[in-house]
Ligand binder design. Structure first.
Ligand code: GLU
Ligand code: MG
Length: 437
């Protein structure tokens, strides 16, 4: 018998999970033009076994159609099968994008931003994750010991991420027991989010092949260190010049970047329903974990929801290139396509409304006290998924970023996750999310 090899057709759905159907590689060319069918109601799967009430019932399907430019064949060890995958767009039978396709949602948001302002987003993600399995007992945070004890995994993972061409920049031990982080460099368009999806699956696969398990869940246990998934973004103009930096602006933000950031800040409560979209996301968000509890904006402020990251480059000519804005209220239970698409929409609203630059907060907002927070306009972020969904529902502008069907499907799903959590315990739900993500 000759070895068969599967290529996985992968799409990242409303709950940010990468679902798949596989075909033999020999069948791939036949599937390229119209992909594989997937029931519309499949988009209403929770991370667990349930399908939320949805607009479709048993009717109709989309075509999960490969975008050949995303195809990767990622090798691991010689004896083990490669991870062969391609990312898909969810298309209607007539080939038009399906309104609930997350990749299409991001693509439309970026296209609108560019059409109205001439600006393109460059995005990059930091991916924190937890490794569990044999040998993962305590080691000093950020230590050489912490990374060397998983050297076979770290090396396999590094080789695979290089093979996956995701712009790997760093691989490092983190603060928590068994916590690590992989950062990838910036990319434009949907490929910025494609990289996140491919990175997560590559890390998981490397862990599996080493007898370990990698989870990107925001909170592995109620008292564990959280896994963030910080989103870094910068704005670039039509001539390919960095457009977010102005040495004389507030926080060194250019006027247009200040408006963009003000738009994101204004819509943060609604955005939370998309960027921190699970009940366990709210065990992570909160003061004193560097995971942010307030909607503050600040230069190099790790307790702010939006951290301005100045460039370390001393050369004035290129200093603008590395200047970027970090959204910290994001985690890996979010679809990166939905998260970036919604952030781009919120930023565009800020530019449309010429919002004033946000106040730069240069201290821990929780330490400031309620009086000073009120004076500076710093507000608490939602404290639960239900509160974030209420904020989304109450934000008429944010509602308008979605078609009514997509909004209905999304909020119905997320309400079901919030109810499931309410009927369980934080510990049990942390376990379940850690398995799913
Ligand atoms: N683990 C923290 C979080 O949950 C982030 C720590 C850091 O700044 O790297 O977001
Ligand atoms: Mg980190």
């Amino acid at each position: 018998m000759t070895g068969g090899e599967l290529i996985l057709l992968v799409w990242n759905d409303l709950v940010g999970l990468s679902r798949t159907r596989g075909v033999p590689v020999s069948e791939y060319d036949r599937r390229r033009s119209h992909g594989l069918g997937w029931a519309l109601a499949g988009q209403s799967l929770t991370p667990f076994e349930d399908i939320a009430p949805n607009p479709w019932g048993p009717m109709d399907e989309v075509r999960q159609t490969p975008d050949d430019s995303t195809r990767r064949r990622i090798g691991f060890t010689e004896n083990l099968p490669p991870l062969h995958l391609v990312l898909c767009d969810s298309l209607n039978a007539d080939g038009a994008p399906w309104e609930c396709c997350t990749r299409g949602f991001m693509r439309r948001a970026l296209a609108d931003l560019e059409a109205e302002t001439g600006l393109r987003l460059h995005i990059a993600y930091e991916n924190e994750f937890l490794l569990t399995g044999e040998g993962m007992e305590w080691a000093a945070p950020f230590s050489v010991d912490s990374i060397r004890r998983v050297a076979p995994f770290a090396d396999l993972c590094t080789a695979a991420l290089l093979d996956a061409d995701v712009g790997l920049e760093t691989f490092e031990p983190e603060y928590g027991v068994g916590q690590y982080e992989v950062s990838c460099g910036p990319a434009t368009g949907v490929s910025g989010a494609d990289r996140v999806v491919i990175t997560r699956e590559t890390v998981r696969e490397a862990a599996r092949q080493c007898g370990l398990r990698a989870s990107f869940t925001p909170k592995p246990a109620p008292d564990a260190v959280g896994n963030g998934c910080h989103l870094h973004l910068s704005l670039w103009d039509g001539k390919g010049q960095a457009a977010a930096f102005d040495p004389d602006g507030p926080g060194q933000l250019s006027p247009v970047a200040a408006q963009f950031v003000a738009g994101v800040q204004r819509h943060l409560p609604a955005l939370a329903a998309l960027t921190a979209p699970s009940p366990v996301s709210y065990l992570r968000l909160g003061p004193h974990h560097w995971a942010c509890g307030y909607d503050a904006v600040g230069v190099q402020n790790r307790e702010a929801a939006i951290r301005i990251c100045p460039s370390p480059d001393p050369a004035p000519a290129t200093r603008a290139d590395a200047f970027n804005i970090e959204i910290r209220a994001t985690d890996a239970t979010a679809s990166p396509y939905l998260a970036v698409g919604a952030v781009a929409r919120a930023g565009l609203e800020g530019i449309r409304a010429s919002l004033p630059a946000p106040t730069m907060i240069d201290e821990d907002p929780d330490e400031m006290g309620a009086g000073k927070r009120a004076e500076l306009g710093v507000k608490e972020l939602p404290s639960s998924l239900a509160a974030a969904l209420d904020a989304l529902t109450a934000d008429e502008t944010a509602r308008g970023w979605f078609t009514p069907t997509m909004l209905e499907a999304y909020t119905s799903l997320k309400r079901l996750e919030a109810e499931t959590y309410a009927a369980s315990t934080p510990g049990r739900m942390c376990e379940r999310y850690a398995r799913a993500y």
